[in-house]
Design a protein around this ligand. Sequence first.
Ligand code: NAD
Length: 807
Amino acid sequence: MSRFQVKKVAVLGAGVMGAQIAAHLANVKVPVVLFDLPAKEGPKNGIVTKAIEGLKKLKPAPLGVAENAALIGQANYEEHLEQLRECDLIIEAIAERMDWKLDLYKKIAPFVAKHAIVASNTSGLSITKLSEALPDAIKPRFCGIHFFNPPRYMTLVELIDTPTTTPEVLDQLEAFVTSGLGKGVVRAHDTPNFIANRVGIAGMLATMKEVENFGLTFDVVDDLTGKKLGRASSGTFRTADVVGLDTMAHVIKTLQDNLTEETDPFYGSFGTPEVLNKLIEMKHLGQKAKAGFYKKVGRDILRFDLAEGDYVPGGQKADEVYGRMLKKPAAERLKLLRNAEGAQGRFLWAILRNSFHYAAVHLGTIADNARDVDQAMRWGFGMKQGPFELWQEAGWLDVAKMIQEDIDAGKALSKAPLPEWVFKGPVAEAGGVHTAEGSWSASKSKFVPRRQLPVYERQHFPERLLGETNLPDWRTAGTTVAESDALRTWTLDQDAGPSGSRILIASIKSKMHAISPDVMEGLVEAIDTAEREYDGLVIWSGDAPFSVGADLAATMPAFVVAGISAIESVEQELQNLMLRLRYAQVPVISAIHGMALGGGCELAVYSARRVAHMESYIGLVEVGVGLVPGAGGLTYIARRAAENAAASTGKDLLPFLTEGFTAAAMAKVGTSALESRKLGYLLESDIVVPHKDEVLFVALNEAKALAASGWRAPNKRLFPVAGRSGIATIRGSLVNMRDGGFISDHDQHIATLIAEIVCGGDVDAGALVSEEYLMALERKAFCALIQHPKTQERILGMLNTGKPLRN
Ligand code: NAD
């Protein structure tokens, strides 16, 4: 089969999911056309137009930058079916009705290109039944593609084949969804609600049942079942509010309608909880209705109380003792909970036991193997670990015995015994379902390895599940060149021959990858080593964030001993590091994922290139703590303005400075790589990567490509600044902003200092300056501010609350 290229995608249905899927396609630069029914009144594309407008306002934002809404083509089934002929992939996401979907398939069939893949985003309908309405020619290219809401942010996509789907089709789609869209693919069997919603919703129903059994309140349950349990911070009931109680009821109904006591021995616990029925009856559908299990009134969060039939004060927390228990090692944790005196502890054991029990009983039918179940729960429900992983971590057979005891004692939600493979044979011998050989497939009775598709060669360090000891850990992989507590330099290029480029990797080890003096020293050494022995340097530190900036706390001892001059010298060292990066004799690539703030942003902009995950949040945030960027960030803004002005016909520097000045003065952070690019922290030549686990691969290749094409550091040169007239102009608008009450006196003071630096201080417009000159201005302002009482208040406020204080 020839290579499958996705040049254009059609999304059918501009509802909640279809519109957001189209937005994500626009984010990752895939041309997309969005279809819906023709509007009964007004322009025929009305429904789609309105949906696209809605994308700009939706939170969390489905679009990386709002103006990308314009990239989504608009179409309707009456006028534009011809456009389907150009599409390589058609994703159907219309309302969840089998008859409507089948009608639509009949309508589009004559227009589907011969090679195109057609996939449905249904959450609950049988993919096989849907495929039966298609002409034989399309059936081999039809499958399920189940995105999770919100599709930009949720990693999981379940792919579901039918007996007539050609295996290559699923492989091709998996490659596109993984690398092109940046998602984590799990293959699910065509069973009701597939894997994540089946296990997840059954889990939520089971939790609600146990809440009744143990007589707990929603706020306490959410406190117990959120972060403390390694799950999404919204816990159980707030998650339901976010999802929408009608949607939740719909998914529950799919379970009720499509399963029976025979096909699911937990069927007895699938009844819609009374409280859910009551809330739906009251039209309290969750967040979108501003009331659900919770309701916000002024600053108070109220919780619904079924007995009262009304909202009562909420915000109650769980007993602290359980918070402590949940921090214990897995084996101890589960035993402590099971034997706990209090209801909250026993409740926690009960819901975990139910999740293990449910996953084990259904593994053979809903998924090929246990890896797909655990990944689905991580990626689709925001769990830190899937049910099998936790079970395995806590001691497979010990936990199995505890579960079976509860089943025998009638405490479990179903009498179904644990499957035999739990106690006997390879799983019992290996101590769990995930091993170096692969993960357990209950239907095949063997451990099966990960799917070996070429696309996964782009992930040097895929997310590992517990027990997958065959997969490398980036902290120890490759060959270590130097290592301290602060930084590891290493290489993956053991076998690069004499002509192959060899790239050094520097990984920061500090918490949140903050830049301490030790990290700085390590980075300078890494550049030295790279220049001496390698062809390039990639700064990549594994997990997000890229770096949250300078570690001011680490400089405190020096500050106490030597006072402000210690701070000034740390700033100077940071600036020297940035210049060293920029003028290194080998290309330095920043490989970014997550936050790159303050000094982290400066590391990025002083690198030769940036390779950034789509979810990269880059910005100079120092103003939030009452400081100015002091490690070259403002110098960068001034230089970029001069370069952009030089490339245009305009002589005036100020217009080119405005964006950068505003970004720094308002501590703006890009809410995606695309927005970070708009703020000027990423350039057109930088690469945005959809999948986080491909960032290192792309960065290494970019470094090699730059080296191979004869990369040289930029020439050091002077550049013009806007000077005192520029400062005067900016000052004028700052006065207006202060007088209008938009900024405080201290904000105005800091912004004026920023203006003075980016304009080059008290010089004529067009005066030529060096980076070192501007950096000296940065240091002066930084040191003056750090001694300012209002700045000190902001720093303390941030340390105490984690939030910027506006004073
Ligand atoms: P929605 O109600 O928001 O949108 C449905 C769209 O279908 C609307 O734009 C509507 O105009 C269109 N439509 C209605 N009747 C039609 C017909 N007869 N022919 C053609 N188009 C028609 O629905 P949604 O939540 O976006 O769900 C769409 C699909 O995605 C469903 O199959 C659903 O199960 C699935 N899904 C939903 C979620 C979720 O959280 N909402 C998550 C994953 C999958």
